[in-house]
Design a protein around this ligand. Structure first.
Ligand code: SF4
Length: 158
C-alpha cells in the first residue's frame, strides 16, 4: 500500500480561500485505487484561517519567507507553520508517507509558488510553507503537484 498525502482541495474538498475546491481527475483516480491510501490535508484550514478567508501570499522578508495576507493586514506564518509541523508529526507517528501530491502555486501547498515583495510585486518562487515543512521532514518522499499526479503510482503498483 502506497501512502500519499494530498492537498484536500484536489480531492474535491471546498477548502480554498474562496470557498471552492479544485478537484483533479488524476488525484481522484488515486483515491479509487485500492493500492493507494490518500491522506487529505489542508494546512490553511488546519491553521484556523477559516473558509472562505482572506487570501495570503508568500513574501520575502530578508532571508525569511512569510505568509502574509495579500492586503497586508495579517501574518499567517506562525499559525501555518505550527499546523504543518503538527501534521508532519502526525504523519510520522502514523508510519510515515511515501509521497505528496500538492496544489501548485499555493502559498501553503505549492512546490514552487510565487514569491512577492512587501509591495506585492512578484520577485521569484519559493516552496509553500507546507511543502517546505514536508520536504524537511520527509526528504525521501516523492513530491508532485496536480499536473504530474498521474505518475504518483509507480509502475510496480499499476
Ligand atoms: S491550503 Fe492547500 S489544500 Fe488548502 S485550499 Fe490551499 S492549496 Fe488546497
Amino acid at each position: 500500500m502506497k501512502r500519499l498525502c494530498v492537498s484536500a482541495c484536489l480531492l474535491g474538498v471546498p477548502c480554498r480561500w474562496k470557498g471552492d475546491a479544485k478537484p483533479c481527475e488524476a488525484v481522484q483516480r488515486l483515491a479509487d485505487d485500492p493500492r493507494v491510501e490518500l491522506v487529505p490535508f489542508c494546512p490553511e484550514l488546519a491553521a484556523g484561517l477559516g473558509c472562505p478567508r482572506p487570501p495570503i501570499e508568500l513574501v520575502a522578508d530578508g532571508a525569511r519567507v512569510r505568509a502574509l495576507r495579500v492586503d497586508r493586514t495579517g501574518d499567517a506564518t506562525g499559525v501555518l507553520r505550527a499546523a504543518c509541523e503538527a501534521e508532519a508529526e502526525a504523519l510520522a507517528r502514523a508510519g510515515g508517507v511515501d509521497g505528496f501530491v500538492l496544489k501548485s502555486r499555493s502559498p501553503s501547498c505549492g512546490l514552487a509558488s510565487p514569491l512577492h515583495d512587501m509591495q506585492g510585486r512578484e520577485t521569484g518562487t519559493a516552496p509553500g510553507l507546507w511543502a517546505s515543512v514536508a520536504r524537511e521532514r520527509f526528504p525521501a518522499a516523492e513530491f508532485r503537484d496536480e499536473t504530474t499526479a498521474g505518475k504518483a503510482t509507480p509502475p510496480s503498483l499499476r
